[in-house]
Design a protein around this ligand. Structure first.
Ligand SMILES: NC(=O)c1ccc[n+]([C@@H]2O[C@H](COP(=O)([O-])OP(=O)(O)OC[C@H]3O[C@@H](n4cnc5c(N)ncnc54)[C@H](OP(=O)(O)O)[C@@H]3O)[C@@H](O)[C@H]2O)c1
Length: 381
């Protein structure tokens, strides 16, 4: 029986993780959970799964929950997420990080510090603090396992082979909500259209990140850290059916691909059961769908945010924080209908062009830069 602490239990990945726990009560038990705005759903989760510890947004939420569940330990705020991640350090608990945004970085570091394995959906953690995570893993027995369909595909296709046998990693991209629109047509798109992803049902931020294609840039960065590979060996291509979730081309010319229906419960399930393979509740794959697969190159001129992500990774240091922080605010402003879709890329470009890079930023420097950038952008809109 694996004990699970789940950060971001109320989100898209969080809810799908709970489906897996619900379907496999002899293998998993939810011992900890967190939420931010969705208190109602957190209450339902506590009623169903009876975790012993939770983390909530603020004191007001804590008071509500204390009255309802007097026996539960309750933490609050960002600090609470970190406390939860490292709670009960002597117990063999797995942390699942399904938070959105760089708020996931400190909890991940806290878990690694106490040798706790982390199943990581929260890609912003690696974009912003990949160097800190890598360093922390050197002094820890903890492992990081990816919960992202592309990285799960690469992980499975590699099947334990050394990275020195790999020629390229090929990450597939659906193309997002606007894949068939011209740059000119992008000027007029609205929030509702941007949230209408053709293949996946996900949280709002990653859905917008898929439409701008910065998400693919984040995934390239994630792959570099997770698999210790040079960025020039990672390529992204458009594959609009999202059936091949990524590929590994080995140096002998063989290409291994992972193929499955687009259902996030499969990569979550794979990471939760790893190193075992078990029957899953994910949708079954219809082989006939292989008859009609399409691939095309990904054009950086069409998707400038992908180029900014690659630039930020190559130039390195604090520029990765700038990329992420500017994107987090810009996406929020777009979702609030305060800026247009194309303003997202303009805001990111302005911030990365004017930033003086600090190499290997500390956690405090990362948070200071994040605050400075978010404050500056908010003041403008
Ligand atoms: N969804 C997917 O299919 C998918 C696939 C691959 C990777 N990912 C990655 O997985 C992560 C989660 O994505 P998602 O789609 O599940 O996001 P989501 O649906 O927006 O859920 C995010 C979760 O984080 C919580 N949260 C948000 N801001 C917070 C804050 N400041 N402090 C504490 N908790 C906060 C939310 O709580 P409330 O809801 O209570 O406010 C929610 O539980 C992202 O990094 C995403 O890129 C997602």
């Amino acid at each position: 029986m694996k004990e699970i602490y789940l950060l971001g239990a109320t989100g898209s990945i969080g809810q799908q993780t709970l489906e897996i726990i619900r379907a496999n009560p002899h293998d998993f038990i939810l011992k900890g959970a967190s939420a931010n705005d969705n208190l109602k759903l957190l209450i339902k989760i506590v009623e169903e799964f009876h975790p012993e510890v939770i983390s909530v947004k603020d004191e007001m939420q804590k008071e509500v929950l204390e009255t309802l569940f007097p026996k539960i330990t309750i933490f609050i705020g960002e600090e609470g997420l970190t406390k939860l991640a490292a709670y009960n350090p002597d117990r063999d608990i797995t942390l699942i990080n399904a938070l959105v945004g760089m708020v996931g970085l400190k909890p991940t570091l806290a878990a690694i510090k106490i040798d706790r394995n982390v199943l990581l959906a929260n890609k912003e953690t690696l974009v912003v603090g990949g160097h800190l995570i890598k360093e922390a893993l050197k002094n820890s027995s903890a492992k990081i396992y990816p919960i992202d369909s592309e990285h799960s595909a690469i992980w499975q296709a590699l099947n334990g082979e050394g990275i020195n046998t790999v020629k390229r990693l090929i990450i597939t991209a659906s193309g997002g909500a606007f894949r068939d629109l011209t740059r000119d047509e992008l000027k007029k798109v609205n929030v509702k259209e941007a949230l209408n992803h053709p293949n996946w049902s996900m949280g709002n931020k990653i859905t917008i990140d898929s439409a701008t294609m910065i998400n693919k840039g984040f995934e390239i960065i994630e792959a570099c850290y997770l698999f210790d590979i040079d960025i020039d060996q990672v390529e992204a291509i458009i594959h609009k059916e999202s059936i091949i979730h990524s590929m590994v081309e080995f140096n002998d010319g063989s290409v291994m691909a992972q193929i499955a229906d687009h259902d996030m419960r499969l990569p979550i399930h794979y990471a939760m059961y790893y190193p075992k393979r078990k029957p899953s509740i994910a949708n079954k794959f219809d082989l006939m769908r292989l008859n009609n697969l399409h691939f095309s190159p990904l054009d950086i001129n069409r998707y400038p945010c992908l180029g900014y992500a690659i630039e930020a990774f190559k130039k390195g240091g604090s520029l990765r924080t700038v990329l992420n922080s500017a994107n987090e605010v810009a996406v929020k402003l777009f979702l609030e209908e305060k800026i247009s879709f194309l303003d997202i890329e303009t805001i990111i470009k302005k911030e990365i062009d004017s930033h003086k890079i600090i190499s290997n930023p500390t956690i405090d420097e990362i948070y200071a830069i994040d605050k400075e950038i978010k404050d500056r952008i908010y003041q403008q809109y």
